[in-house]
Design a protein around this ligand. Structure first.
Ligand SMILES: [Zn+2]
Length: 450
């Protein structure tokens, strides 16, 4: 007879393996994703526990699933546990194992989505089912949401649900990815657990670079849009936007418990970029992105034929904005970056989705502090700022306090974790799956109980 912890670990591991094998790959097209496969799996998993389960499908195959444990008092604060069921594509050439095999090897589950974020989607489902099985009757409502389309702007998932199905998914508190990687190194020896309290905005732009067409057999002194575009790309790459020390960054660093000589340069806008040079690359990248609006040219489209000088090249640039930076500020930064080439470039398309933020000191923060300490004695939560985007933003805009969190074992480092997101050889250890499952159960009991 397995003990309780073993059977919980087996249950969440098995569910994660099946979620990975369903390969709900979202390539950004409406025909992709096929999250219906994971919705079916989760419905059959949750359906046996007497939970009230509903499905939403705004486009064929783009299914999200909601399970609720209704609270006894409608006015009591409610909690939404939200995990996405889609994953980004994986190229098997770079992997040591089948990215959609869901192999369990030496206590680790391998596969696309193992940390982003089928691990949490699975652990939230197992916690919800265990609470239902135990007859949990809280004051406030517990909602589990397995949501489609997180990996491509949330159009067919969280955005749709937040706009049209608020009765089903609206909540006082929301927890979704990611956070919770234990950070060591504090002078007091206590672990720090980062909670994502806000996230950067994205302002994706298509820049059109203009030129003059001509015969490519006589290239001398032509106005070649591709050559100009190459210089535009180089200037964007070289651009050094202003360093911004914002409140979440200040509090994150202040709460880490690191020696002053480490922290001080990272809080000084004049010294921060130089200080990144002494950090591991993954951490330096994160810290840079936390304190700067960033510009990454990612897609180029141009030219028509080998013997024609191109008159038009389109560049897609992934611009990630800090709080307070919106399209007009981005345009000014582009002008600054491009200098005398600015008038050769036109923004032909932009999608501005500004940064969002939740309060740090909240009842949800207090609850997570308490429940996390049951697993990591003496640990402290620290607020962190997500440099990517999650579905939390749709709920923050509705006024919900929304955090990215989870709990991981000490095996996984901040550095590994960052590398595996959308990277090769994504995997998670079973101990982390168990910890998160137990954390959700304890947190729901803490914040929703009378
Ligand atoms: Zn994710």
């Amino acid at each position: 007879m397995p003990d309780a912890a073993t059977s919980l670990s087996d249950e969440v591991t098995d569910l994660l393996q099946h979620l990975i094998r369903n390969a709900c790959v979202n390539d950004g097209t409406v025909e992709s994703g096929h999250e219906v496969r994971n919705a079916d799996l989760l419905e059959s998993y949750l359906g046996t526990s007497g939970l009230d389960v509903e499905r939403y499908e705004p486009a064929p195959g783009r299914t999200s699933l909601v399970a609720r444990i209704e609270g006894r008092r409608p006015e009591a604060p409610s909690l939404l546990l939200m995990g996405h069921t889609d994953v980004v594509p994986a190229n098997p050439d770079g992997w040591q194992r089948d990215p959609f095999g869901g192999d369990l090897v030496d206590g680790e589950v391998w596969g696309r989505g193992a940390v982003d974020m089928l691990n949490l989607t699975a652990s939230m489902a197992v916690a919800t089912r265990r609470l239902a099985d135990a007859g949990f009757r809280p004051d406030g409502t517990l909602i589990y949401l397995a949501v489609a389309d997180e990996e491509a702007l949330g159009t067919w998932g969280a955005e749709h649900l937040a706009q049209h199905e608020l009765d089903a998914v609206g909540a006082t508190y929301v927890i979704t990815e990611s956070g919770g990687i234990p950070i060591k190194g504090a002078a007091d020896g206590a672990l720090r657990l980062p909670v994502l309290v806000g996230e950067k905005g994205s302002c994706w732009c298509t820049l059109r670079v203009k030129g003059t067409p001509g015969h490519a057999s006589q290239p001398w002194a032509t106005d070649n849009a591709l050559v100009t575009a190459a210089e535009v790309v180089r200037r964007l790459d070289q651009y050094r936007p202003e360093t911004m020390i914002h409140e979440t960054w200040r509090r994150f660093l202040g709460d880490l418990g690191l020696p002053d000589e480490v922290v001080a340069p990272l809080l000084d806008p004049d010294r921060l970029v130089d200080a990144l040079g002494s950090l591991p690359t993954g951490m330096a990248r994160q810290f840079h992105a936390c304190t700067h609006t960033t510009f990454a040219p990612t897609v180029v489209r141009g030219g028509t034929k080998t013997n024609v000088i191109p008159d038009r090249v389109d560049l897609e640039v992934d611009i990630r904005t800090l709080p307070g930076v919106e399209l007009p500020e981005v345009e000014a930064m582009l002008d600054e970056a491009l200098g005398d080439l600015a008038d050769r470039v036109e923004i032909v398309e932009s999608h501005d989705d500004p940064a969002t933020h939740s309060p740090i000191d909240s009842p949800l923060w207090e609850a997570l502090s308490r429940t996390s300490r049951a697993f990591y004695a003496g640990s402290h939560l620290v607020p962190f700022f997500n440099v990517g985007a999650t579905d939390a933003r749709f709920f923050r805009r509705l006024g919900a306090t929304s955090y990215g969190y989870g709990l991981f074992s000490e095996k996984l480092t901040f550095e590994d974790y960052g590398r595996m997101f959308h990277g090769d050889d994504e995997r998670v250890d079973v101990e982390s799956l168990r910890l998160s499952t137990e954390l959700w159960e304890a947190t729901a009991r803490d914040i929703l109980a009378p």
